[in-house]
Design a protein around this ligand. Structure first.
Ligand SMILES: C[S@@+](CC[C@H](N)C(=O)[O-])C[C@H]1O[C@@H](n2cnc3c(N)ncnc32)[C@H](O)[C@@H]1O
Length: 430
């Protein structure tokens, strides 16, 4: 009888309908597949049970989170090989789930599961979040979702993000470091907003305060930064105090919907609008519009998905939704632009930074791997594994143009039509 690894490979090929481009190592120590390729490691039978009898992304995700399933070798090559195979076939989780339900596949899997293996380690508790069926994005559900993602601890994020503590796509130049690229990104946002000394800036979704501090220090503006995360706010306030900027920067734990002390000259929203959701996007855009002075500018920096499917729907990835960003939703760029226009904005400039995000994510993965043991101590085994997988998979998704990220510059242009932008606005590129 063939060993477990060969049987696992042929089972996978039966489900996928194509040769498996990676090696497989099974719980009985057997290996099968191209010797130079990275290996999918099934540490025990539970990995297979999760994959086959709880199909779709979550079975895979649970097997990964628990450590039952692993990758030996280069993570990107393995993900590229496996995900690329599924993407190229245009499959989604549902198609695969159907293939898995095939009685012949099930019978082969049951046989395989009878093979003796090591005793199962205890399964770690599930970490995913339960949520209402409809994505309501109320203040309460948004606060809970944000806290799941951001209150993992500042120390953990310091490992991943490095000293700049910016959790969004950087703006890279050849030879730049993560720190210089993040500084350049913040500089780019300030230049697009045309910030001038004495103006008021609202930074919605201010994270650990990096944009607020940069804008106040480099451009002499007064800043209100709002976040839903207590931990972020505490960290941001300390940084503001260390920089001697308490007279110019105020950090609040506040929902953007509760900001009432406009008007502002400018609003920056960097990596925050992904949390807003389809149900609330027009409300989000309208509120920011109302908070701006006539002639005021919004710089909306947001991840987008490709619009192949339903143009109007916002897409949710089940793995990311359950383990990483609960209630995050991605919209195509066109939908975002339309909603901003509906709210009254004049959209003046769109810049795609897709490749920059791939590079940023790869850098974060390097940071995480370099301090892996401490990251596991701080965030827990499952969570550290989830972050590593989601960041690497996202880097590939940006590289493969499955998702993008865009800076949209929008103006609350007054009735007169005077936008306040120079005739050749793209001077920010020098
Ligand atoms: C990906 S982080 C980006 C942080 C920061 N802009 C940066 O680039 O480093 C998203 C931020 O949006 C905030 N956020 C999400 N929903 C929010 C809401 N409804 N009101 C205010 N902030 C919100 C989170 O608390 C977090 O600070």
């Amino acid at each position: 009888m063939a060993d477990a690894a060969s049987r696992l490979r042929s089972l996978a090929e039966q489900v996928l309908g194509t040769p498996l481009p990676v090696r497989v190592r099974a719980w009985d120590g057997s290996e099968a597949g191209p010797p130079d390729a990275p290996a999918l490691v099934f540490h025990n039978r539970r990995a297979l049970r999760r994959l086959l009898f709880k199909p779709g992304e979550l079975g895979l995700a649970r097997a990964w989170v628990s450590g039952d399933l692993d990758i030996d070798g280069d993570l990107y090559t393995a993900l590229e090989a496996v995900a690329g195979l599924v993407w190229e076939r245009g499959d989604d989780a549902r198609t695969l789930a159907q293939a898995v339900r095939d009685p012949a596949v099930r019978a082969a899997a049951r046989d395989l599961l009878k093979l003796a293996g090591p005793p199962l380690p205890p399964a770690p508790p599930r970490e995913e979040i339960r949520r209402p069926r409809r994505r309501l994005h109320t203040r309460r559900t948004d606060r809970r979702a944000v806290s799941h993602h951001y209150d993992v601890g500042n120390d953990f994020y310091e490992i991943v993000l490095g000293p700049s503590m910016v959790y969004s796509c950087a703006y890279w130049e050849d030879g730049g470091t993560l720190e210089s690229a993040q500084r350049d990104k913040l500089g780019l946002v300030c230049a697009k907003l045309g910030l001038k000394e004495g103006q008021r800036l609202l930074d919605v979704g201010c994270g650990w305060g990096s944009m607020a501090i940069h804008a106040a220090r480099e451009h002499g503006v007064r800043v209100v930064g709002v976040t839903l995360s207590q931990e972020q706010a505490a960290h941001a306030r300390k940084r503001v105090a260390d920089e001697g900027l308490t007279d110019r920067v105020e950090i609040r734990v506040q929902d953007y919907r509760d900001v009432v002390d406009g008007p502002f000259d400018a609003v920056s929203s960097i990596g925050m609008a992904e949390h807003v959701g389809a149900a609330r996007y027009l409300e989000y855009a309208s509120r920011l519009y109302a908070l701006l002075k006539p002639g005021g500018r919004l710089l909306n920096h947001q991840i987008a998905r490709r619009p192949e499917r339903d143009e109007t729907a916002y897409e949710v990835d089940r793995f990311i939704d359950s383990y990483v960003f609960p209630d995050g939703e991605l919209a195509p760029l066109g939908t975002t632009v339309t909603q901003l226009e509906r709210a009254g904005f004049e959209v003046r400039d769109v810049e795609a930074l897709r490749e920059h995000y791939a590079r940023t994510l790869r850098r974060w993965v390097v940071n995480l791997e370099a301090d892996w043991d401490r990251a596991v101590r701080l965030a827990g085994f499952g969570r550290a594994r989830v972050w590593r997988l989601y960041m690497a998979a996202s880097a590939l998704a940006f590289e493969r143009n499955r998702i993008g990220v865009n800076q949209v510059l929008a103006v609350r242009t007054p009735e007169s039509g005077a936008s306040g932008l120079p005739p050749r606005p793209r001077t920010w590129h020098g």
